[in-house]
Design a protein around this ligand. Structure first.
Ligand code: CA
Ligand code: CA
Length: 134
């Protein structure tokens, strides 16, 4: 899957919007700096990053998921997805698939590829269902 490459000016702008909320999420300290509530999408981005760091910090490299951490994340956050697949090697396969730089860890860039792919799959499913009910 190709890496997403949004324009730089957009990234700068977005980071300015998200970072106050994000730093609050990451440090878990209340901050008064945010002038407004995050939008739905900003909130989703924020949540995505927070979920990743919830699991990546448990063992070894704080900024990467090792296999145990990835399994933990999938078990807790994507329970239905994991239990619907009967493959006992699933976590292994997902890990191999995601680990594009082959360091045996999943960093955030590699993690969002999974989330993006699953989100696209969900949307396809949703559109199929909509067509059927027509
Ligand atoms: Ca880790
Ligand atoms: Ca990696």
């Amino acid at each position: 899957m190709a890496r997403l490459a949004p324009p730089h000016f957009l990234i700068n702008k977005l980071c300015h919007c998200v970072s106050p909320h994000l730093s609050r999420t990451l440090t878990r300290k209340p901050q008064r700096s945010s002038s407004r509530m995050p939008s739905q999408l900003e909130g989703a981005m924020d949540a995505l990053i927070a979920v990743f760091y919830n699991y990546s910090g448990n063992d070894g490299d704080k900024y990467k998921l090792n296999k145990g951490e990835l399994k933990e994340l999938l078990n807790s956050e994507l329970t239905d997805f994991l239990t619907s697949q009967k493959d006992p090697m699933l976590v292994e396969k997902i890990m191999n698939d995601l680990d594009s730089n082959k360091d045996n860890e999943v960093d955030f860039n590699e993690f969002v590829v999974l989330v993006a792919a699953l989100t696209v799959a969900c949307n396809d499913f949703f559109q199929e269902q909509k067509k059927k009910t027509k």
